[in-house]
Ligand binder design. Structure first.
Ligand code: SF4
Length: 300
């Protein structure tokens, strides 16, 4: 069974998760700290690999769904070492149980390491069976699972679409679906979705200086958003990760971009304060403990 690694700082105590029959070591943190700060929670698996979950001070617990990722987004540390395997349902539950010893999650998001739709059976089971609301961040790969996901009782689907121009999209999400395929899938599903479901959809637009922040890029994204008026456009910031040189545009430009979409009557939000923290941004979670383990390159 997997267990939580002890943190290097803080006083440590031992707790027993009876359902696992396993000792779990975790740092004692003042309650006020846990509610104000993001907390990265490393989870060691039976085979020695380590994945990470994050508790956001907002009450959202972000879980990983895979050890590594095959999609290969160049701004992301989570898939930088390739793909190794899917997490099992038990391992997903362990992330939740370990986190629950440290904090009180109000909702779950599958936005950590991995592409949730590649681990489809586990993702589907969590959305359908888990007591807390579950949202998903996805590149939409594979599209056949995206079609099914849109119909499930999810608490939100955030589509990663960092450019509406095909060449830029391919550069930023190299092994995801094409922009055209993704939007076509959404168009086909659109008439079947209730208004409530439509309002739970979002497009994540990770802004990267000099790559997808030109006026041509903004115009293309605005065209997409006009086709899906209930959908929210989330402007995300790029975090600094190892081996990647991408940066978000300066604050002044971010403000201009936000204003541009608002002027177009597009429902647009900037990253919340939890996501703006160094340990809360897109692509910062890491797989650890990989020495001597061979990488797989193809996810199912
Ligand atoms: S951003 Fe998501 S889909 Fe892209 S490589 Fe990272 S974990 Fe995979």
């Amino acid at each position: 069974m997997p267990y939580c690694l002890s943190d290097s700082d803080g006083l440590h105590v031992r707790s027993i998760l009876s359902f696992l029959g396993k000792d779990v070591i975790f740092p004692v943190l003042a309650w006020s700290d846990m509610t104000k700060e993001n907390k990265v929670i490393p989870i060691q698996l039976d085979d020695g690999k380590v994945v990470e979950a994050v508790f956001y001070g907002s009450g959202t617990l972000c879980l990983s769904t895979q050890v590594g990722c095959v999609v290969g987004c160049p701004f992301c540390a989570s898939g930088a070492k390739g793909f190794f395997r899917h997490l099992t349902f038990d391992e997903m539950m362990t992330q939740i149980e370990v986190a629950t010893n440290l904090c009180t999650p109000e909702r779950i998001t599958l936005s950590g390491i991995g592409e949730p739709l590649h681990n489809w059976d586990v993702t589907k089971q969590l959305i359908e069976d888990f007591a807390l609301p579950v949202s998903v961040t996805t590149t939409g790969s594979p599209l056949k699972h995206l079609r099914k996901l849109l119909q499930l009782p999810h608490n939100g689907v955030m589509l990663s679409l960092h450019s509406a121009i095909e060449a830029t999209h391919k550069q930023l999400i190299p092994r995801g679906p094409s922009c055209e395929g993704l939007l076509q899938t959404l168009k086909e599903a659109w008439p079947t979705l209730s208004r409530n479901k439509k309002r739970k959809l979002g497009i994540n637009y990770l802004l990267i200086d000099g790559i997808n922040d030109s006026q041509q890029e903004l115009d293309a994204m605005a065209d997409v958003m006009r086709s899906f008026p209930e959908v929210t456009l989330h402007l995300l910031l790029c975090n600094t990760v190892e081996h990647a040189t991408f940066r978000s545009p300066p604050d002044e430009r971010l403000q201009e971009i936000h204003q541009f979409f608002r002027d177009q009557d597009i429902h647009c939000r900037r990253a919340n304060s939890w996501r703006r923290k160094e340990d809360g941004g897109c692509g910062t979670l890491m797989v650890r403990g990989l020495q001597g383990i061979s990488e797989k390159t193809v996810a199912s």
